[in-house]
Structure formats: C-alpha cells, structure tokens
Write a protein that binds this ligand. Structure first.
Ligand code: ADP
Ligand code: ASP
Ligand code: MG
Length: 845
C-alpha cells in the first residue's frame, strides 16, 4: 500500500515511500522515562519516518519566565532557571545515550546553549529588555536540544537518524513569536533536505515550533507550534499519516480538566477539528490543520500507543451527533464600538478590524446588531487596553463628530464554541445550546454563528464558563460518543501541598495503600519547590524525602526535584494530564488563592489546613465558588476533628433530612489535657510543662491557650450551619492574661507559676458548685462563642478526660439528648488517617 513518489529535488536519490510523521509534545517528554518510551515508539514503528519534537514539558514556560526575570533584574532567578534546565537536559542526554563521543558532543551543545543563557545577566542593563526576536532565539534552545537528544537517542538504539535544523526546512513570514509558514517554500526546502535522508533509510528528527525568517534567523510559530511543524512536514512529504502523540487518549469532546466526563471522539472531520483548535481546544495548535492537505492526522495516547485515538480526516462520521465537541477560550474581553452615526456608514466594520489588526490582536468572535448601532468583538483580555486605544485613534473624527459614542470594554469573559458539521442540517441547535444555560442563570453576553453553520460561539462571564460547558456537554449527550472515557486509568493522582510531619505520615499511608486503592502519590510541594513522578512516588522515594525534610532541606533537592514557588509548582503539575487529581493541603499557611488556582486547573481538594476556610469569609466563599464552578469536590474532615468523623456525621444528618440547631464541642486536645491535669490537683504551670514535654502543644503553647486554633475550628463548623460573620466577630476567650501575651516565650515559661494561684481558685469555685472546667466552643448559625465554662454533671462534656475531643450535635431529631462523638482529636497518626479517609472517599466516588 505504500505510495511511491518521485522526488523532484535530490534527483539521484531513490523514490521514497510516503513517511509517517511522529510528533512528541512537551507533555509526552516529561522525564527520561518518557523520553525512552518515545524513542521506543519510533524504534518499533514503520519506516520511513520523520520525528518532530517539542521542548521537554514546562521548558518553554520556564524560558519565558527567565526572560521576564531578566528584564526585572532578578539575576539570581535567571541563573537558577538556566542551571536547572541545563541539568535537566544533561540528565536526559545521559539517560538515553551511553558514555561516548556522541554523548560528549551532545553535552557540549547543552552546555553551550545554557552557558549563553547564564551569561545573560552580565549583559548591559539596556539589553535586558528582550525583543520578541531575541525571546524567540532564547526559546529555540528548548526544542533544538530536545531534537538533538532525541536523534542521538535513536542512534544509540541502532536506528539510523539525523538531527535536522528547523531553519533548513520550515520557511516563514518572519514574524517573531507568531510566525506564519510559507507553504511553497517550506515544501521545497523540506523535500530537498529530508527526502535524501529518508531514501538513505535514516529517521530525520526536526525541532518543532521553530522556523526561519527571510534572513535565516530563528522565529517561533506561536505556543503549541510543534503540532504545526508536524503537519507542515506531513504536507511537504505527502505523509501517509501524521501522528500527534499526546498525554490524552485522543481529541476529546471537551477539555477533560473542565468537563470530567469528556469522551474520545473516534473520528473528526478536518473542518471540525480546525474550528475546535481555533476556538481554544488546546490539544491542537490553532493553525495546525491549515497545511493538512490529504494527510490523515491522528491524535494518539502516548501512554497507550496501541489505542487508536482520534482520526482527523476528510471523512464525515458520527452523523447522529450534530454537535461533536466544544471548546473555550478563557481570558477574553469584549470591545464594543457604539454610535448612532454608524448607521449605514460603510466601512465601519472594516476599520474596526483594521485597527485591531494593526495591533496584532486576534479576534475570536464578531457580532453586529442589525440596527448597526454597535459592533463588538471578542479579543484577549490582555490586549483590551491596546484595542481600546487603537480604536479610539481610528475613530477620532467620528468621536469628535459624535457619530461614534465610544469604545467600551467588558472584561473577565470567556468565548465558548460548540462545533459539529451536522449542525447545518439540524434545526434548533442554537435553542438547545442556550436552553441548557437557562436553569443555571448563565448570562450570554454576545453570540455569533459562522456562516458555515459549523459552529456557534458565544461569550459568557469567565467564572461561569466551566459550568456552561458541562451543561452543553450534557444537553447534547456528548458523554455517549463512542471513543471511551477521557482517562483510561481509574487511578487517582494525589499531590501533597506541604511535607511537614503530618504530610510525611500521610505520604507513607498513601504509598502503602496505593495498589489496592488505585492511588498514586505523584507529587509533593514544599516551600523550596516540588518533586513530580507521573507514575507515582515509591516508598523509597518517600523515605528519601522524609530524610531530606528531617535534615531541614526541601523536597526539591531530591533527584529531578524543581526549585519553584507553590504557584508555579501547581501550574507545572496541572500541565500534565493527571488522572482525577487531588491536592491535599497539609500546610498551616494562607493558601486560599493557591487552592483556587488548583481547583481551576482541575484538582479536587482535601484540606487539613484550617486557615483557608476559617479566614475572611470572602476567601472561604471564593474557594467554595471555585469548587462549584469547576464541578470539583472538597473535603476537610481533618480541619475540625483530626480523625474523628465530625463533618461526616454532619453530612449524614443533613442528607437524612435532619436540621442541625447547635454544635458544641471541646475541640482542643492540649486544653483538654491541661484541664484534666488541673482537675487532678496539679498546678497549672506544671501541667502546661507536662503538655509541652509530651509534644501536645504548638511550639509556643500560647497559640493553644489563646483559643485561636479552637476558634478556627468553630468558624468552620459555624459556616456549615450558615454563619455569615467574620472570624473577628467570634468571641474567643483567651486563657493567656493580657500581660503575658507579648513577652518572649522563655520569659512566659519562667513566669508561669504566677498563674497557678488564679487557676487553683477557678477550680475551687467550680468544685464548690459540683462543676467542672471545660473549654467549649458553642456554634449556631447566628453566633459562635469559645470560652472556659463550668459544666454540671449532666453535661456530656463532664466525663471528658485527657486529650480526647468531643462534639455534641443538637438537631431536630437529637434535641433533648444530643448526638455525641468522642475520641482522640489530635496526633500525627489519627490526623493522617483522617485525611486519608477523605482522599479515599474522593478516589472511590
Ligand atoms: P503537547 O504535549 O502535544 O504539547 P498539549 O499539552 O498541547 O500537548 O495538549 C494536550 C492537552 O490539551 C491535554 O492535556 C488536555 O488537557 C488539553 N485539551 C484541551 N481540550 C482538549 C480536547 N478537546 N481534547 C483533548 N485534549 C484537550
Ligand atoms: N514548546 C512550545 C510550547 O510550549 C511548543 C509546543 O509545545 O508545541 O508552546
Ligand atoms: Mg502543545
């Protein structure tokens, strides 16, 4: 079946069968193991073959960050990023090429490229602001080195291969950052350069994303551009197929991070795929299908190379589905030019788009009212100011004549596109799209339909975009399209944010459980950076990490660890197609905004950290909002009762139709212990020292005595009941007298005995009335109080001893006799087990 073709150039070479083009994206080149896997796919694949590679995962982002750091004068960051990247490329090179002259040659290339980057900070100040052209030059190293390493890796396996510079084969219009290919000239060059290699039986490896300008300097094709390199070469070489190896099972009905029940589409028409890519389906570069020609393109799963994935071709299938998929572009703004004077004036639209074009702004949607009173366009939010300026400039005269009222900008939007060839012949599609949004009260800001009736695009508030997509996906029953689930694995990937004592204990539990429960601990993040292992950290890895932390070092110091802020770490992890990912917050920090971002990138959340939900109400609501919007799930049992099933009980009560009127609880193990000791007749000072000695207290025991920690738990419980207040409105009685609050810890401990007398008196007073001292949180919808109280013998709290916690629910059903839960409420083992329960629950559901 191999079609034979004459080569026009390279006349002496033999006719070459049409090749397959394999493209490996960054997500498929995440580490040395993945690189080896990619090499073996090519090694065992058909011939002739051409390979296109992008930079390793996250490299382009890191290089862009480096450019930013350079312009801001963050020299240390520039050097660190360059050194990290150099190490990563060196490790990959050494992993796939044995020690040899070839390896030395490769390492020299790596050192040269990154040596150049590391030297950048010594450049004069004025050279720091990099031009788009210099940024392209800097980015080029990512793909160029990847291609050299890939080619050397093939050679090391005995596959004849040659690295080919992108400058030799891809010709462009030379626009930095966003170059368009010159098809005719690319055809000529690619054939001239590659056919002789193919006829020799060699596998050429070409860096993706890059091309040459008229002077032969490097430019980039826009983010995700290595897809385009692959289809360009596919066209020039009349390839049999272009295979885009991705970290997803195929082209999906929707972005799986937004629509969890997205499905693989077995076959898509080129026009549909092009439309989806143009409207934000990140799986394909927006222009990748322009040169498609006759080649069949396949989007296939890198992790399961035997699966068919999605065929993109001229065929038309799946006719039962008028709508096949949807996609969204986030970060959009709408510019509107309005004015009475526009009526009937020719050329307003042309001038509007001319003005946007001059600024290089790409327009996602155009809509004009028939009255011609206004014309509006969807554009990237980041370019909204530039757009406004350019339009005001273009219409200066009309504005002064009052023919144009002005140029309005509406920000914070997303454009959603619903795509399918079958829409043209099926009435009522638009109605079904918009009806799906009605029950959720999602407001549509602008609408446009392509004249081909291949797509309907509309603009909604960005915050509602996820929900809108899920509803439309449901309305067209796209989860029934036959290609299978978005993720083949039923695994749940867990990432720990924080790797302190609780985090480490939990890591051990997860790794031990992992096989049976289909859990994978894929990453850990701490203040210094992160480690990531897509196939899961082993128990040995966890031991290594624990040893590092015990030596006060960071998880990023582990092999293949990355130095990064938590935000970057989460962004980097979210780049991978993690399977049903859960982020577990075991820090004690103000992680709210970070959690929101994690949710937006598709993580479910489990919290042991109390702060995000017990701080300012607006913050807690933002997290809950993000969870609802993203269709994600949130569990936080460990924030209140460590391992005790307090929230679980709460949920079950509510689900069974009961109403909770009041929650009361003794929620501090430390204070419980202290009061038991005092009750047993021991002086306060001695009891507190004992608690410190046993490791019950925070490093500064006043953090427990002040009631702040109990206050946080109480706020979390209160918010379940509908408490609308701020944490400051919660009356928390501190057990530290005012005069003792600010002094240094050592001094406080020294002066403890001064407090003994007062405590003895309190105890005596309570005793004389046959009462006991308890530190109790009382929570209702309206009011939260945390204070030291005397309880009588009838109270459920009277029998409490030691570090146990106790919570009593007063409900409509349990009114006279509250429902009580009691048990150890602190300690590493029970806390970690409580968190694990939450994780298992999410993993199971
Ligand atoms: P590459 O490794 O080739 O650069 P990308 O990261 O560019 O791969 O594209 C794959 C990602 O695109 C997937 O991880 C997925 O989350 C996202 N994506 C968005 N929309 C879709 C869709 N409709 N089908 C498949 N993947 C999608
Ligand atoms: N490395 C480039 C990017 O991250 C190109 C690509 O991955 O296709 O955008
Ligand atoms: Mg890509």
């Amino acid at each position: 079946m191999k079609a034979l073709r004459e080569t026009k150039t390279g006349r002496r070479s033999r006719p070459v069968a049409s090749p397959s083009v394999h493209k490996f994206g960054g997500a498929s080149l995440r580490d040395a193991g993945a690189l080896a896997h990619a090499l073996s796919i090519v090694e065992s694949g058909d011939r002739p073959a051409v390979v296109v590679v992008s930079a390793f995962a996250g490299v382009t982002d890191a290089l862009l960050a480096l450019a930013g750091d350079l312009s801001r004068g963050n020299d240390a960051a520039v050097r660190r990023t360059a050194a990290d990247l150099q190490k990563r490329y060196e490790r990959s090179a050494s992993a796939v090429v044995a020690a040899s002259a070839a390896r030395q040659n490769l390492l020299a290339h790596v050192r040269r490229a990154f040596g150049e980057l590391e030297a950048l900070p010594s450049a004069p100040r004025m050279l720091r602001e990099l031009s788009p052209r210099s940024i392209d030059h800097l980015l080029a190293a990512g793909e160029d080195l990847a291609a050299r390493i890939f080619s050397a890796g093939l050679a090391a396996r005995g596959v004849r291969s040659e690295y080919v510079s992108a400058l030799d084969v891809i010709a462009t219009d030379g626009r930095p950052g966003q170059a368009s290919p010159d098809l005719a000239s690319t055809d000529r060059r690619a054939r001239a350069r590659l056919r002789p290699l193919l006829s020799k039986g060699a596998v050429p490896v070409v860096p993706g994303f890059l091309g040459a300008d008229a002077e032969g300097r490097v430019v980039t094709l826009g983010r995700g551009g290595s897809d385009l390199t692959a289809t360009l070469l596919g066209r020039s070489l009349a390839a049999r197929s272009v295979i885009l190896w991705k970290d997803v099972r195929g082209f999906l009905t929707a972005d799986p991070r937004v629509v969890p029940n997205a499905r693989v589409i077995p076959q898509l028409n080129v026009r549909e795929a092009a439309e989806l890519a143009y409207y934000g389906a990140k799986v394909l570069h927006p222009r990748a299908l322009i040169p498609a020609g006759r080649a069949r393109i396949f989007v296939r799963p890198f992790d399961s190379p035997d699966e068919p994935g999605t065929e993109i071709s001229g065929r038309r299938t799946l006719e039962r589905y008028p709508v096949k998929a949807l996609s969204a572009i986030p970060g959009q703004a709408l510019v509107t030019v309005t004015g009475n004077g526009m009526l009937g004036v020719p050329g307003i639209a042309a001038r509007t788009f001319g003005a946007l074009h001059r600024e290089g702004i790409s327009v996602s949607l155009i809509s004009q009212a028939s009255s011609e009173h206004s014309i509006c366009a969807g554009i990237p939010e980041a370019q909204a100011d530039a757009a406004q300026k350019s339009l005001l400039e273009a219409f200066r005269e009309e504005v002064s004549r009052r023919e144009v009222d002005g140029v309005e900008i509406l920000r914070g939007l997303a454009t959603i596109s619903v795509v399918g060839l079958g829409m043209a012949g099926t009435p009522g599609i638009a109605a079904r799209v918009f009806n799906a949004l009605v029950p959720a009260g999602i407001n549509v800001v602008a609408i446009a339909q392509g004249s081909s009736e291949l797509n309907i695009s509309f603009v909604v508030e960005a915050a509602r975009s996820g929900e809108a997509q899920r509803r439309i996906h449901d309305a067209f029953q796209l989860s029934k399209i036959g290609g299978g689930r978005a993720s083949a694995s039923a695994h749940t990937d867990v990432v720990l944010l924080g790797f302190g004592q609780v985090g480490r204990t939990l890591a051990g539990l997860i790794v031990r459980k992992s096989r049976r429960a289909k859990l994978r601990l894929v990453g850990a993040i701490d203040r210094g950076g992160y480690v990531f292992r897509p196939s899961g950290l082993s128990s040995r890895d966890v031991n290594d990490l624990t040893a590092l932390k015990a030596g006060a070092r960071s998880v990023s110091e582990k092999a293949r660890g990355v130095v990064a802020g938590a935000r970057e770490a989460i962004a980097a992890l979210a780049e991978h197609a993690l399977s049903r990912p859960i982020l577990v917050d075991v820090t004690a920090g103000k992680t709210g905004p970070l959690l929101e971002e994690a949710v937006a990138s598709g993580f479910d959340l489990v919290l042991a950290n109390k702060r995000p939900l017990s701080g300012p109400r607006a913050q807690a609501e933002k997290i809950e909002h993000a969870i609802r919007e993203g269709g994600r799930r949130l569990r936080f049992e460990a924030t209140v009762g460590a391992g005790l099933p307090i929230l679980d009980t709460y949920r079950k009560l509510v689900e069974s139709g009961d109403r909770i009127v009041k929650i009361e609880g003794c929620l501090s193990g430390t204070l419980g212990f202290l009061l038991s000791e005092i009750e047993a007749g021991r002086p306060f000072s001695r009891s507190l020292r004992e608690a410190i000695g046993r490791g019950y207290t925070e490093p500064d025991p006043r953090d427990d005595l002040s009631g702040a920690d109990v206050g946080r738990k109480a706020v979390i419980l209160g918010r379940l009941l509908g408490f609308q207040g701020e944490p400051e409105e919660v009356a928390v009685e501190s057990l530290v007298p005012a005069a003792f609050r600010r002094m240094p810890l050592a001094r406080f401990l020294e002066r403890l005995p001064e407090l003994d007398h007062e405590w003895a008196a309190r105890l005596a007073r309570a005793r004389s009335r046959d009462r006991r001292l308890r530190y109790v949180a009382t929570v209702t919808r309206r009011k939260i109080r945390v204070r030291l109280v005397e309880v009588g013998p009838g109270s459920p709290f009277a029998g409490l001893r030691g570090t146990d916690n106790q919570v009593a629910f007063t409900t409509l059903r349990y009114r006279a006799n509250p429902l009580v839960i009691q048990g150890p409420g602190a300690g590493l083992a029970v806390t970690a087990a409580g968190i694990l329960n939450d994780v298992l629950e999410l993993a199971g559901g």
